[in-house]
Design a protein around this ligand. Structure first.
Ligand code: ZN
Length: 294
């Protein structure tokens, strides 16, 4: 079985996000987006986000940051700007940098040992670049578009639609399957896991009739499921039984890594947000998942 990410302490996320952004993040909204994107893309960030209007947002991030300031790991400053009187800036202090570096190798080691490390790094760089270069409003707009957050209220309907699209893609992919081809098994197995995860989410009625904003976990899973459909389409005409270990084509390795990362993200976010449960999956299925990821 692939190595699971070690559980990061809750505050580590804030320090990690600041480390990702050269030691400084300007604005609460940006800090929330940085952590939400890392979590969506498989990093072990433990916050529980909600699809708030400027979200994904977790009020706990504020409290955590204040505690880290008391521990002298970061500094928090109010910086007036022309458009925002009370923009909060977070900066990593020397002690925070040391804390990050001491743990960094070990904490990040999981990333290099995963079958999806190429894709994990790809997403890390993308998030890093977006948080560093985009204005807050643009970043929020982009995240909302990627997660379909402006359809709030129709999330359940969206999940039903993606479930249908997964079924359709799986049907097409199965027609071209070679049962001895590892890529075919990875793609089909991932589509199947996504379908069952979405089914589990749709079936757990009670989680849909609460008031207030929806958990972002559902939107994160939906995002990963949609990516899987795209990747499966890209793989439709792949060469069967390619020896992936000897294969020199890096684009194939990256594509496989993307599929496996989305499989990991659906499982990670599903369990974190209590949307899918290990007991819903039989031992045989766990075994076949392990084989896929081994
Ligand atoms: Zn194949």
């Amino acid at each position: 079985m692939a190595e699971q990410p070690r559980v990061w302490p809750e505050e580590y996320g804030v320090v990690f996000a600041l480390g990702m952004c050269s030691g400084e993040i300007k604005g609460k909204v940006k800090l929330n987006k940085a952590l939400a994107l890392l979590q969506r893309d498989g990093f072990p960030i433990r916050n529980k986000f909600k699809n708030a209007p400027m979200g994904p947002h977790d009020a706990k991030i504020d409290t955590t940051a204040q505690e880290m300031e008391k521990d002298h790991l970061i500094s928090i400053k109010e910086e007036p700007t022309t458009y925002d009187k009370n923009r909060i800036s977070y900066r990593l202090k020397r002690e925070g940098q040391t804390y990050l570096e001491d743990d960094f190798r070990e904490q990040f080691a999981f990333a290099n040992n995963q079958p999806f490390s190429l894709a994990l790094l790809e997403n890390f760089k993308k998030t890093q670049n977006n948080v560093l270069t985009l204005k807050t409003t643009k970043l929020v707009e982009q995240v909302h578009e990627e997660l379909g957050l402006d359809n709030e209220g129709n999330l359940r309907h969206d999940i039903g639609q993606v479930r249908g699209a997964l079924g359709q893609e799986s049907f097409i992919a199965e027609k071209g399957v070679d049962p001895s081809c590892p890529i075919c098994l990875e793609v089909l197995g991932s589509l199947d896991f996504a379908m069952r995860s979405l089914d589990a989410m749709l079936e757990s009625e009670k989680r849909w009739f609460t008031t207030g904003w929806q958990d972002s976990g559902k939107s994160f899973i939906l995002f990963s499921a949609l990516r899987l459909i795209d990747y499966s389409k890209e793989f439709r005409r792949h060469q069967h039984n390619l020896d992936v270990r000897l294969n020199k084509d890096d684009s194939i390795s990256l594509m496989r890594s993307r599929v496996l990362l989305r499989l990991h993200c659906i499982e990670y976010n599903g369990v974190l947000y209590d949307l899918i449960h290990p007991f819903q999956i039989t031992d045989d299925e766990i075994e076949s998942c392990d084989e896929l990821r081994a």
